[in-house]
Design a protein around this ligand. Structure first.
Ligand SMILES: COc1ccc(C(=O)NC2CCC2)cc1-c1cc(C(C)=O)n2cccnc12
Length: 121
């Protein structure tokens, strides 16, 4: 039987995965779980230059792309801002993005990321 490689997560990967779990709880409708397609959002790929979603963030954690929690924060902010650019202010998606950004910035506030970085140095 071929043994499935059980890859140990690094402390940074553990910490980033936990942050994403906490952020995703603020998106109960899962509007931000999967990438946008031009099918559900016409013209999306021409308007939004840097698409981002929680799935892509998890993939980047798995591939050890992020070197710090601040890099994850940049992608989180881009994800929310994309939705506030593409969707008009009165839409449920624009409102959900603004709310998610506000609660996410509390979870990702600088002093918390600072102490997190120190704890895994
Ligand atoms: C992964 O993206 C989605 C997944 C599911 C849904 C969804 O359940 N929409 C139903 C609530 C009213 C139809 C919406 C979205 C969605 C997110 C977004 C974002 C984030 O811009 N969006 C924009 C236009 C149309 N649909 C969406």
């Amino acid at each position: 039987l071929n043994k499935v490689e059980e890859k140990e997560l690094t402390p940074l990967q553990e910490a980033l995965s936990q942050l994403i779990r906490r952020l995703q709880r603020k998106d109960p409708s899962a509007f931000f779980s999967f990438p946008m397609t031009d099918l559900i959002a016409p013209g999306y790929s021409t308007i939004i230059k840097r698409p981002m979603d929680f799935g892509a963030m998890k993939e980047k954690v798995k591939n050890e792309y992020y070197e710090s929690p601040e890099e994850l924060k940049v992608d989180f902010r881009i994800m929310c801002e994309n939705a506030m650019i593409y969707n008009k202010p009165e839409t449920i998606y624009h409102k959900a993005a603004r709310k998610l950004l506000l609660s996410g910035m509390k979870i990702l506030r600088p002093e918390r990321l600072e102490s997190l970085r120190q704890s895994i140095e």
